[in-house]
Design a protein around this ligand. Structure first.
Ligand code: WT7
Length: 638
């Protein structure tokens, strides 16, 4: 088995890139030939960015699970598709060959079918990182239902918002989840969420922790009972639903600069081709290698590089239930040694946190299987890059710094492991098919090298988002209206003298905390829900491990003699409304916020305070009351 479209050397990269720009339809049409179609497409690409409308492989018919499972189960039935490493190293690992995974997915497809799930229905999945999560996701795709996976760290309120936005009619969850030495009561969080979700008729509950849960008759059924009964009936193969290339495959919610998360929509064929192509090329995957992406399937990285990218390429994907620091900070390295991991793909925040433990947890661990290292989610700082290179890759493994977004479906700018040059802290070059442009504030394209600007993409690629669920206008406004005929990423970027790209971070009000996107407006809304709060403003500040920390300035309705207690209550409120990941690191109680005469908060000033850059506050003359700045500086939390 090999990948005819795998780029082998630098010249081939340049050739492929050139061709993808000059003849995009021919380029992608040829790559798409290497997949399994029920019917080939009529037209490779139809698009305009003004609506926007983007259609890839229009008229094509397929099911992505035939590409991820059936074709490998036929040719390589005994190859491992998924290796699973539990939270607790004392628990047994689990393995699924392509044949076994196909069988499980087929059985669960029958379960979905029996529980009334039809093509086009939305299914919310709120599960721990266990193989059944992968099975549930793939079974949705097989029956043609649209999955909406919600990360296990989100609160009941956040889940309810997402379920209601997509009118999901079924939820798949588990009793609880293990996370290090803690458990999270997933089912009871779902029970709370469902109090405000009328659309949900069924929940399917997997047993993971064995903790007590409530099971409502007529609504809640057990995963194991359902699987047993389809087995007992002798059901096995499930014929995949024939999907249109542009039918929705999934929704994944992500934060933006407004208060409400958006349901980013990806469709079947383009997303499949894009995740496969980027997986095979960026990581330079070779058959039988073990690929370990440490992300959670609740985020896009898990969708694209634990499931769809690797599985569509017939790869062996390692799935890890736990966290990098439990039972100790050697957990990743122990996993690498145990499973002989060849490709390790993780986030700078994890690298920085492990760096903090020194090299002791690495000593004695055999990391010689590692051939490729990857980084994703935020800009990687030079110190973390070099530590990763030296201590994990032993200077033998190329590092790919992969820039992309939930909306882009897969990797957009990255070096190709061992094929194109790495450059510390640079994502380097666009993948074939990707045409980045830098623009200034006025939307003027900035040509040439050694320049900085806002990063946009000027031509469609197969994996791009198609809409935001239920609100196409919002998609247009967010991504396609800031600059005419361009997709706007929200990131700032510089292009150096070699034409290499370095992403410098968000230019909108979106924070990146431990590689997770959090909108400042979302956190402010949550803080403002607390009864004692009048108003708040949230900004990010540099954080050694998380990349960015959350700093909240809060005005209370009355003077409180126990501010510490009040702050705890505010934290609890944010945790309840969004989830623990959005809890502010610092809360400063203030008597006023720096506002212009028109009532707009001058965040620039708050950012400086949070960053501790107090010497020059810039122009404050337009402020309604310039004296608030002094008192805010006085009360700054170091
Ligand atoms: C934002 C997207 C990509 C999947 C995980 C996060 C930042 C992502 C990099 C990188 C610098 C990066 C950007 C982007 N980002 N990768 N290699 N270098 N910044 O997906 O939650 O949609 O966040 O993460 O700011 O816009 P996401």
């Amino acid at each position: 088995m090999s990948y005819p479209y795998q780029i082998q050397n630098r010249e081939a990269y340049e050739e492929a890139y050139q061709k993808s720009i000059e003849h995009p339809e021919k380029f992608w049409g040829e790559i798409a030939e290497h997949f399994k179609w029920e019917k080939k497409w009529d037209k490779v690409l139809d698009w305009n960015f003004s609506e926007p409308k983007v259609e890839w492989f229009k008229g094509g018919k397929l099911n992505i699970t035939e590409n991820c499972l059936d074709r490998w189960a036929e040719t390589y039935p005994d190859r491992n598709a998924i290796l699973w490493e539990p939270n607790d190293p004392a628990e047994k690992i689990r393995r699924f060959t392509y044949k076994e995974l196909l069988d499980e997915v087929c059985l669960f497809s029958h379960v979905l079918n029996r529980n009334g799930v039809k093509k086009g229905d939305r299914v919310c999945i709120y599960m721990p990182m266990v193989p059944e999560l992968a099975i549930a996701v793939l079974a949705c795709a097989r029956v043609g239902a649209i999955h909406s996976v919600v990360f296990g760290g989100f609160s009941a309120q956040s889940i309810a918002d997402r379920i209601n936005d997509a009118s999901c009619n079924i939820v798949i969850t588990s009793d609880g989840a293990y996370r290090g030495n803690k458990t999270i009561p997933l089912k009871s969080i779902i029970d709370e969420a469902l109090l405000s979700c009328d659309s949900v008729q069924k929940t399917i509950v997997l047993t993971r922790t064995g903790e007590a849960v409530s099971m409502l008759s007529g609504r809640d059924v057990w995963w194991d009972d359902e699987m047993k009964s389809v087995r007992d009936e002798g059901l096995s193969h499930y014929k995949p639903e024939v999907m249109d290339a542009e039918d929705m495959l999934f929704i994944l919610y992500t934060s933006g600069s407004t208060g409400k998360p958006k349901g980013v929509v990806h469709t079947c064929a383009g997303y499949m081709v894009w995740t496969n192509y980027t997986f095979v090329n960026v990581f330079q995957y070779k058959p039988d290698q073990i690929h370990f992406c440490t992300a959670d399937i609740g985020w896009i990285t898990g969708h694209s590089y634990i499931l769809y990218g690797p599985l569509s390429a017939g790869a062996t994907s390692l799935m890890f239930e736990g966290i990098p620091t439990w039972p100790d900070a050697g957990r990743f390295w122990e996993i690498v040694e145990k499973h002989k991991v060849n490709i390790l793909y993780t986030a700078p925040t994890a690298i920085r946190s492990l760096m903090g433990f020194g090299t002791e947890p690495i000593i004695g661990k055999d990391l010689s299987s590692i051939q490729v290292l990857g980084s994703v989610g935020e800009p990687i700082n030079a110190e973390a890059w070099h530590w990763y290179d030296e201590h994990i890759g032993k200077k033998q493994a190329p590092i790919v710094d992969t820039w992309w977004q939930t909306e882009t479906g897969g990797i957009m700018i990255s070096n190709l492991a061992g094929v194109t040059d790495a450059k510390p802290v640079f994502a380097t070059k666009p993948l074939p098919g990707i045409q980045p442009v830098l623009v200034d504030e006025n939307g003027k394209v900035i040509e040439g090298n050694n320049v900085s600007g806002n990063l946009c993409i000027k031509f469609p690629w197969p994996g791009m988002l198609r809409t935001t669920f239920g609100d196409h206008e919002r998609c247009r406004l967010t991504y396609f209206s800031t600059y005419q005929n361009l997709y706007f990423t929200g990131d700032g970027c510089m292009r150096d003298n070699d034409g290499d790209y370095r992403i410098t971070g968000r230019v909108d009000d979106v924070l990146n905390v431990s590689g997770h996107r959090i909108g400042t407006a979302e956190v402010e809304n949550a803080i403002n829900m607390h009864t004692g709060v009048v108003e708040s403003a949230v900004v990010g500040y540099p954080h050694d491990i998380k990349g960015q920390g959350i700093y909240a300035f809060v005005i209370l309705s009355s003077v409180h003699n126990d501010e510490a207690h009040m702050k705890k209550d505010i934290m609890q409120t944010v945790s309840k409304l969004i989830g623990p990941i959005a809890k502010p690191d610092k809360i400063q109680i203030v008597s006023g916020l720096p506002k212009t005469r028109s009532g707009k908060i001058m965040r620039r000033i708050l950012r400086k305070v949070a960053e501790g850059e107090l010497s020059n506050m810039g122009d404050t003359t337009t402020l309604l009351d310039p004296t608030v700045v002094e008192s805010i500086i006085m009360g700054r939390i170091p």
